[in-house]
Design a protein around this ligand. Sequence first.
Ligand code: KG4
Ligand code: ZN
Length: 360
Amino acid sequence: MGWFQLFFYVNKSYSWPPKEESMLVLGIESTCDETAAAVVRDGHEILSNVIASQTDLHQKYGGVFPELACRRHVDVMIDVIDQALKEAGIKPEEIDLVAAARGPGLIGAIMIGLNAAKALALGWKKPFLGIHHVEAHLYASMIGRKEQLRFPGIGVVLSGGHTLLLHIEDVGSYQLIGTTLDDAIGEAFDKVGSLLGLNYPAGPLIEKLAKEGDPNRYTLPLPKLKNPYHFSYSGLKTHVLYLVKGQSAKKSSPVLISEEEKKHVAASFQEIAFRQICKRTKEAIEKFDCKALYFGGGVTCNQRLREMFESQNLSIDLFWPEKELCLDNAAMIAALSVVKFQKNPTSDPFDLAAMPRIPF
Ligand code: KG4
Ligand code: ZN
């Protein structure tokens, strides 16, 4: 389907307000370099979860090139939505709600998905909701587990754009406990990966290298911060730079270590970064009233991170997102939108703005 067909696709009359007993939601996600659409029934049954990744486009830049990301979103958005509906076996007239990520992320990229959602909702005469991307990452760990959820809890968001510790009173009610003062953890993985000559995104590649390396080979330091719940990765990154390319080297300097040594660097970096996250989280559990731990974001795919948390034998339940829901996806957007809609069954205004930053 092309943009010119959108008019025919949406120009039909459907009912308002939507039925609540069995809700079908079309979710859309485009905050960074994944164009995604999903159809979710009743907030937990994922009928389709289509993700068009752009990593091929950004790899040679070592990170996301915003202008190129926007153009690719425009090129593939309608096909991705079409595919999500087809895979779910759902016709547009059966959709009850259209939801899209409204931020945080790259403003131009967000606008593509948000405007597509608004156009479809307007044409289909369905409600539309703008969803907080990071809240949706966290909610990914709760999908289909309504009966097991315990509050208050601690949220741990580890992604390419965020490193957050949150106190969760309930879904939708959060208090920021700690955050990063510079790079996000996923960004640190990507930058360290780039120093080791790995492709973007380097997180999964570092995890793979680290499996064959000795995590205790190098003692990499982390800064002591005044706030016991904050994070910082710039010093650690500089240490890795000197380790890999020599003292006082620049990013562009040649790599001086062997392929074998790279495995030890990857393992040592991953270990120290995750050890600090475990420590900070444990301190937050002890300080704040907390009955469960909820994880979200691309870095929580990492098996070593999961092992480190599981081996702490914490006395509270740990909620991990399914692996396919850790990275950016639209199923988490659609699922969270149902909770929001049930609490307040109204549409967001169609002039709802895309927001590159949304504080918690
Ligand atoms: O949540 P996400 O898809 O996007 C943001 O909202 O930022 O996270 C992407 C980040 C990238 O930085 C990527 O390198 C990292 O998650 N990542 C990982 C792993 N898989 C993805 N980091 C460590 N280990 C992994 N297995
Ligand atoms: Zn994300």
